[in-house]
Write a protein that binds this ligand. Structure first.
Ligand SMILES: C[S@@+](CC[C@H](N)C(=O)[O-])C[C@H]1O[C@@H](n2cnc3c(N)ncnc32)[C@H](O)[C@@H]1O
Length: 343
């Protein structure tokens, strides 16, 4: 069983199914001693995994692990699949509680709406704006925005992973009484009518990852964002991606008619967030690994446990990992950018 490529984004795996999947992966270590995970920094090469499989596993694991205690002592369910960043000093007082274990995710979502142009647009419409999010994960950010950032908005949250959308429907949709809709779909294949959204939000969605190029999927993604926006509406997008990929993305967005409004670099704050969040991430990885007895199988269990630990820590950009180091040397930069579809 290759957990990096074989899992299905239309499925939510139950705990017994996860026991079997991880058991089969651990036991495969007896016949295939090779590994896809760097034992120095957790790096997994692009060709060695698919996002369909990795997120399918992660969202089912988050569901299976459930509520845990965070480093601040507050209990939480892992729902922000977000690196995020520390609140930039230049933005004034941070509106997010420092006791919240998932505060950096909340900050990232709040940051999407920190632009003056967005705030004026919202004010002019008495807060009644419609957001479509492409790549919402569990909808934790959608829920945060609906409650705390745009309290009069309506919101459609879209993700390609069914397990994530099920979490959104279980945990976030009911309390918002019709304001939040969760849609399971590849965001590039949406049948939502043209011109539906005041804002298209993109928060750390796993696109635009290829070094220096805009892939055909990225092009479809941006064309969809353009199509979904009302004239005068905004694409607000934050992520840490290869630094050399930003400009080709900006050029492509301009080529399809979008206007660049502002680009903010929060890489320094993103590194700080990873430093401050390391204890929580480490503890969460331990919770996950301790839950599955397969990692206690003699001989191969400990080896596979280490591989899983390193891969997850790298995925969370923990200090010492490849993805963390990429931000330190600015191979990857975290930016929050605003584009407008001309009126
Ligand atoms: C790092 S997670 C971020 C999730 C969420 N935005 C958050 O910040 O918690 C990346 C997400 O992008 C989603 N994704 C990647 N490509 C997608 C696509 N083409 N359509 C819909 N979702 C996509 C993945 O399924 C995954 O949930």
């Amino acid at each position: 069983m290759d957990i990096f490529t074989r899992l299905d984004p239309t499925k939510t795996y139950t705990t017994p199914q996860l026991q079997l999947i991880l058991g089969a992966w651990v036991l495969s270590g007896f016949v295939d001693p090779g590994t896809k995970v760097s034992t120095t920094n957790g790096h997994v090469a692009e060709d060695d995994y698919t996002k369909q499989s990795i997120y399918s596993l992660l969202y089912s694991l988050y569901r299976s692990v459930g509520i845990v205690e965070g480093d601040t002592g507050e209990s939480y369910e892992f729902t922000f699949n977000t690196w995020g960043y520390a609140w930039p000093e230049a933005w004034g007082k941070c509106p997010i509680l420092s006791s919240d274990p998932q505060r950096f995710g909340r900050i990232a979502y709040t940051g999407l709406y920190q632009f003056n142009e967005i705030q004026e647009y919202v004010k002019a419409r008495n807060g009644r704006v419609h957001v479509i999010e492409m790549g919402c994960g569990t909808g934790a950010g959608a829920h945060h925005v609906c409650h705390n950032v745009l309290p009069d908005c309506t919101y459609e949250a879209v993700d390609m992973q069914n397990a994530a959308i099920e979490t959104c429907r279980r945990k976030f949709v009911p309390g918002l009484r019709g304001r939040l809709v969760a849609t399971h779909s590849d965001a590039t294949k949406l049948s939502i009518p043209d011109g539906s959204a005041d804002f298209v939000a993109v928060n750390e969605t796993h696109v635009t990852e290829m070094v220096g190029v805009v892939t055909p999927e990225d092009e479809r993604f941006f064309r969809t964002a353009y199509r979904l926006l009302k004239p005068g509406g905004f694409l607000t997008w934050g992520n840490a991606i290869p630094d050399v990929t930003w400009q080709p993305c900006f050029d492509f967005l301009k080529s399809i008619g979008m206007k660049q409004v502002e680009v903010r670099d929060v890489t320094k704050e993103a590194i700080l967030a990873r430093d401050l969040d390391a204890g929580r991430a480490d503890a969460y990885v331990r919770h996950v690994l301790d839950k599955f007895p397969a990692f206690r199988v003699p001989v191969v269990g400990a080896k596979k446990r280490l591989e899983a630990k390193l891969a997850m820590e790298n995925f969370y950009r923990n200090p010492g990992t490849n993805l963390y180091q990429n931000m330190v040397d600015r191979t990857d930069t975290y930016k929050v950018v605003l584009f407008q579809k001309p009126a």
